[in-house]
Design a protein around this ligand. Structure first.
Ligand SMILES: *Cc1c(COP(=O)(O)O)cnc(C)c1O
Length: 483
């Protein structure tokens, strides 16, 4: 018999968050102790590592709790007040509140908050754009009512037309995402993929070159947005390019949505008002639950709202509830301060590396992430640096850099982001300390003969680094409300 936390003498002194955590662990433990154990260990890991993964963050406990309930049992295909299932009144409330908050937060004409992830958001957006551009006009030209009214031959014509369309996005090895046309991803299989890179010398987007390429290729979809690019994007230029080549402009702000929501990316650096369709994750800088959203103009709204049936089945109502809470949190003034601090911290990190003579792609940062060339800075591969740092409690991810000599598996770079540590309350002085710790470790690492992944490092230095990490983290407890 497992002892219940309800027997604790100090029960009345515990926070609701502590009680919620202890209760959920107790309930799960009774079903499956191994799962409960792994969950507890994960909390320990999250608390005890220096999280510099640029795509991760720490969501609030309110966001987490909104997901853990019976809403997971609901089917609600369709969109608010227009469902293919009965009994969706409460999901209608939750989703319509969430959509209204998302529209308010970003000043967007329309919001669709059902995508399960950022990749799903892109999958839905691509189909919506293709259907609007290709299928709808074709059906209309034949004077038919809908896609079901097409003959098999006519539908085959539409399908072939889809496949011959082009999409043009940032290449994976230049900082783009898999879903922007990588060969291993659905994106390059549903359309012909054209990619643009960054200037090999400056590491910056070359808008003139992108324009020339777009005018030559005439893609149906032009994508701006990145997973690993440390500078701002001028969306007014992308709008002009899209207009010149007749493309629909899709901005994927998966990484920087929180900086837009927190009013740090404004004017031409804010995609709203420039892009036709904007996709995003909700769990990166936006700091909500793991999920995706799509914003768009009224013109695209009826197409975007059909994520189901295009690509996804029933929405995740429990995650939608959590998204709604996250949007509310982003509307609080404190989130603006948070977003400003994310950029300050990232810039402090970049400045500290540069002071030490280390090499950054594009020479610095304007956003939440820094791309460090570890090959030139330390004579290490990204993989070797990533592994050694992880051993010391510092989590980063290896990343290809423009013209990478080590290939996509070992890579020559690491990507460091400030979003998660800023959520813990860390400041610019802490960023300097972190860079100090990282450089001391990587400077001392000697690549092992014949290995691109292993290094020689003194045990004492590993021990010291672990202690420094622990000391730094002890000043910023994670989820202090949970005992
Ligand atoms: C992270 C990311 C995605 C995918 O998000 P998932 O939620 O992991 O599917 C899509 N696009 C960009 C630019 C990203 O950085």
């Amino acid at each position: 018999m497992i002892k219940s936390f309800l027997d604790r003498k100090d029960l009345h002194t515990l926070s609701p968050e502590s009680i919620a955590y202890l209760a959920s662990m107790e309930v799960i433990e009774r079903k499956d102790p191994l799962i409960a154990e792994a969950l507890k260990k994960e909390l320990d890991d999250q608390r005890n590592s220096l999280k510099l993964i640029a795509s991760e963050n720490y969501s609030s406990l309110a966001v987490q709790l909104a997901m853990g309930n019976f809403l997971t049992d609901k089917y609600a295909e369709g969109h608010p007040f227009h469902r293919f299932y009965a009994g969706c009144d409460n999901v209608d409330t939750i989703e319509s509140v969430g959509c209204a908050l998302a529209k308010k937060l970003f000043g967007a004409e329309h919001a669709y908050i059902q995508p399960h992830s950022g990749a799903d958001a892109n999958l839905i957006a691509y189909w919506a754009i293709l259907i609007k551009r290709i299928e709808e006009p074709f059906i209309e030209s034949l004077g038919k009512k809908n896609v079901a009214a097409l003959t098999d031959d006519e539908y085959e014509q539409v399908r072939n037309e889809f496949a011959s369309q082009k999409m043009m996005g940032m290449a994976l090895d230049a900082g783009g995402h898999l879903t922007h046309g990588s060969r291993v991803n659905f994106s390059s299989k549903m359309m012909k993929s054209i990619t643009y890179g960054v200037d090999a010398k400056t590491g910056l987007l070359d808008y003139k070159k992108i324009e020339e390429q777009a005018i030559k290729e005439r893609p149906a979809i032009l994508i701006a947005g990145y997973s690993a690019y440390s500078r701002l994007i001028d969306f007014s230029i992308f709008r002009e390019i899209a207009d010149k080549c007749g493309a629909t402009l899709l901005v994927d702000m998966a990484h920087f949505a929180g900086l837009v929501a927190g009013k740090q990316l404004t004017g031409k650096y804010n995609p709203v008002g420039y892009a036709d369709v904007i996709t995003s994750t909700t769990h990166k800088t936006l700091r909500g639950p793991r999920g995706g959203i799509i914003l768009c103009t009224e013109e695209f709204a009826p197409f975007i709202d059909k994520g189901c049936p295009y690509a996804i089945g029933g929405p995740l109502a429990h995650v939608i509830a959590a998204k709604s809470l996250a949007f509310s949190e982003c509307l609080e003034p404190a989130f603006e301060t948070y977003a400003a601090n994310v950029i300050k911290n990232s810039k402090a990190m970049a400045a500290a590396f540069l002071e030490k003579g280390k090499v950054l792609i594009s020479g610095g940062t304007d956003n939440h992430l820094v791309l460090l060339n570890v090959e030139e800075s330390f004579g290490l591969t990204g993989r070797a640096a990533e592994t050694l740092l992880a051993r010391c409690g510092i989590t980063v991810n290896r990343n290809s850099i423009p013209g990478d000599i080590n290939g996509p598996w070992y890579t020559s770079g690491i990507r460091l982001g400030s979003a998660a540590l800023t959520s813990r309350g860390m400041n610019e002085a802490d960023m300097h300390k972190i860079v100090e710790i990282i450089c001391r470790l990587l400077d001392a690492a000697e690549p092992l003969e014949g290995s691109k992944a292993k290094v020689h490092i003194a045990d004492l230095l590993v021990k010291k680094t672990k202690m420094d990490v622990k000391e730094l983290l002890s000043g910023y407890p994670l989820y202090p409300e949970i005992l």
